[in-house]
Design a protein around this ligand. Structure first.
Ligand code: AMP
Length: 269
């Protein structure tokens, strides 16, 4: 595996895994999928200043460069690319706006966040020109908006979704989990517990009843828990075929998000 700041001699077609570093087994699963698709796998590590409204969050974002190299190599990356801010954002760089969905859910709390995400991913795609780009379902709204952007601006790139990797407790792996206390980790487990219960529900009303259990929980500050239509990110109704519950909240002052596909509508004959 080469570790580079400037991307040269890329063998194409290639597969691409964009990250912000502090790699964990969730990122590794994306790299493994990329490796199945292509012999050349580029992993970028770029903590994108544009997508952090809160500059303290940017400063405190975990950075583990040596471990990133180890984990990327182990998972099968062939190039670990750490671009500079100047390379990604020359004065001529296009600033994109995420569509309407970018101002809902995560976009409400984190103003301009998704504009920053689609802007950086567009720039990364321009430079890497991959055949495949792999993104985690863990960030489901992000995945939705990147698919939209790619359809318009990079129709030749295949966006490949990857399932969420969880700890044995059910907690979705996240670079931010390192900031949770031991007690906070136990508290955070309520998110996946409730999501999995909701996924077994047969009706929307039952799903919502399960999700409501998140609001009265001590030490978990709920932001939202909703069931959406995967196709358009609108709130689901009884007729919605592909439903997904999405949850966000805070534990120990750390913002956590998670989501899960809900059972398909039962067709009774
Ligand atoms: P990040 O470094 O947090 O920007 O994430 C880089 C990529 O890894 C994104 O596509 C995320 O959705 C994905 N990712 C993060 N956590 C997980 C996880 N637990 N399971 C699968 N993919 C993940």
């Amino acid at each position: 595996m080469k570790v580079v700041e400037l991307l040269t001699d890329v063998k194409r077609p290639c597969a691409f895994v964009p990250t912000m570093g502090a790699l964990h087994a969730g990122h590794q699963s994306l790299i493994k999928i990329a490796r199945e698709l292509s012999d050349e796998v580029i992993v970028s590590v770029f903590v994108n200043p544009l997508q952090f409204e809160d500059k303290n969050d940017l400063i405190n974002y975990p950075r583990t460069p040596e471990r990133d190299e180890e984990l990327a190599r182990e998972a099968g990356a062939t190039i670990l690319w750490r671009p500079s801010v100047d390379q990604i954002y020359p004065p001529s760089a296009l600033q994109l706006k995420a569509g309407d969905v970018g101002t809902t859910f995560e976009g409400i709390r984190r103003h301009g966040h998704f504009d920053g995400v689609v802007t950086v991913v567009n720039r990364l795609f321009e430079i890497v020109q991959p055949k495949y780009a792999i993104f985690g379902e863990k960030d489901f709204q992000q995945l939705f908006l990147i698919k939209e952007m790619a359809q318009q601006l990079h129709p030749d790139i295949e966006i490949v979704p990857a399932p969420t990797i969880r700890e044995s407790s059910g907690l979705a792996l996240s670079s931010r989990n390192v900031r949770l206390s031991a007690h906070g980790r136990v508290v955070a487990d309520v998110i996946s517990r409730v999501l999995h219960k909701a996924a077994e529900a047969e009706s929307l009303i039952e799903m919502k009843r399960e999700l409501e259990k998140l609001s009265g929980h001590k030490d978990f500050i709920l932001d939202y828990a909703e069931v959406i239509d995967e196709k358009n990110f609108n709130l689901a109704d009884d007729e919605t075929e592909e439903k997904r519950a999405i949850v966000a909240g805070w534990v120990d002052g750390v913002r956590l998000i998670d989501n899960l596909a809900m059972a398909k509508k039962l067709v009774r004959v």
